[in-house]
Design a protein around this ligand. Sequence first.
Ligand SMILES: NC(=O)c1ccc[n+]([C@@H]2O[C@H](COP(=O)([O-])OP(=O)(O)OC[C@H]3O[C@@H](n4cnc5c(N)ncnc54)[C@H](O)[C@@H]3O)[C@@H](O)[C@H]2O)c1
Length: 330
Amino acid sequence: MARALVTGGAGFIGSHLVERLTRRGDDVTVLDDLSTGRRANLNSVEDEKGFCLVEGSVLDAPLVDRLVAECDVVYHLAAAVGVNWVLRHPLRSLETNIQGTQHVLRACAEVDGGRRVLIASTSEVYGKNDKDALAEDDDRVLGSARLSRWFYSSAKAIDEAFALAYWQERQLPVTVVRLFNTVGPRQTGRYGMVVPRFVRWALHGEPLRVYGDGQQSRCFTNVNDVVRAMTALMDTPASVGEIFNIGQPREIRIIDLARRIIELCESSSEVKLVPYHAEEAYGERAVGYEDMRRRVPDASKLFAVTGFRPSIELEQTLREVIDYEMAADS
Ligand SMILES: NC(=O)c1ccc[n+]([C@@H]2O[C@H](COP(=O)([O-])OP(=O)(O)OC[C@H]3O[C@@H](n4cnc5c(N)ncnc54)[C@H](O)[C@@H]3O)[C@@H](O)[C@H]2O)c1
C-alpha cells in the first residue's frame, strides 16, 4: 500500500485513476483547483479511509512541495486540457501546463529520497504527423509557431523535455504517457470534446455538428483502459525514463461516429456539416485552425513493457457515456 498524490484528480481521467488506486487499497491525496474538474466526480471515493481532496493549484509551489513530501508516488494530470480550452485562455493555460509541471517535477526531485512520478502528456505533441501508426520516436510536425492552435502541443512537449531532463541529470524516476483521445463517463463536452457533445445533442434531439466533411478519423480509448495502463506503467521499473503512447488503434470517421451515436440513442437528430471557420466557438482565433485527418497510436511499446493492451470496444464506451449522460439529465 502506498500514498499516491494525483494532481487533477477531480477531473475526468484523474477521477477514474483515483477510483482505481483506492480500489486496490492505496491511500490517495488529490490536488485540484476545480477549474474544469468537479468535486462530484469523486463522490464514490470521498468516504474512503485514506482519501483526501486538497483544493489548490499546482502553481502554488509550497503546497506542491508539502503534498509531494507526504506521498510515495505522484501522478501529474492537472492541466488546462485540450486545444479549444487553451485557445480561449492561452496565458493561464501555458502557465498551468508549463510552470505547474515544473513545480511537480522539482518537488519530486528535491524531496528526500525523490519520488516516482508519472507525467500526462498528449498525442497532440505529434501535431500534423498523420502516418499510419505513431510511435513514440516519430517526428513532431507542427504549423506556424504564431498560431495559438499549437500552444497546447508545445507546452506538453516542453513538459516532456523537462521530465526527461530530470531523469537524465537527476535520475528522477519519471514516466511520460502520451494519451490519445480518451473517452468515458464524466468527460465534459463543454470544452469541445467530441463524444460527450455528440451524445448530449443526440439525447436532446439537436443536430450533431460535424466539422469539415466529417471524413477525418480518430481512435477513441476507454478511460478505464487508460488508467489501467497508467498504473501498470508505474508498477513497472522498466518504464522509468521512457515515453509511452496510451491508446487503441481502431479508427472511426467522425461522421460515422455521429451516426452511430444517433442510432444508439434512438435519436431523431440529424448530422449537420459545418465549416471550421464558421464554428463560433473558436471565434477569430480559429483563423488558420488546422485539424488532423487522422491520428493513430502505435501502443506496442506499452504492451512490450507491461503486457497490457487497451481492448475495450468503442461500442461499450459509447454505451457507458450515453448511460452517464442520461443519468445526469434525469
Ligand atoms: N481527455 C483526453 O482525451 C486527453 C488526451 C490527451 C491528454 N490528456 C491529458 O490528461 C490529463 C487529464 O485530462 P482530462 O481529460 O481528465 O481533463 P480534465 O479537465 O477533466 O482534468 C484536468 C484537471 O486538472 C485540474 N486543474 C487544472 N488546472 C489546475 C491547477 N492549476 N492546479 C490544480 N488542478 C488543476 C482541473 O480542475 C481538472 O480537474 C491532462 O494532463 C491532459 O492534458 C487528456
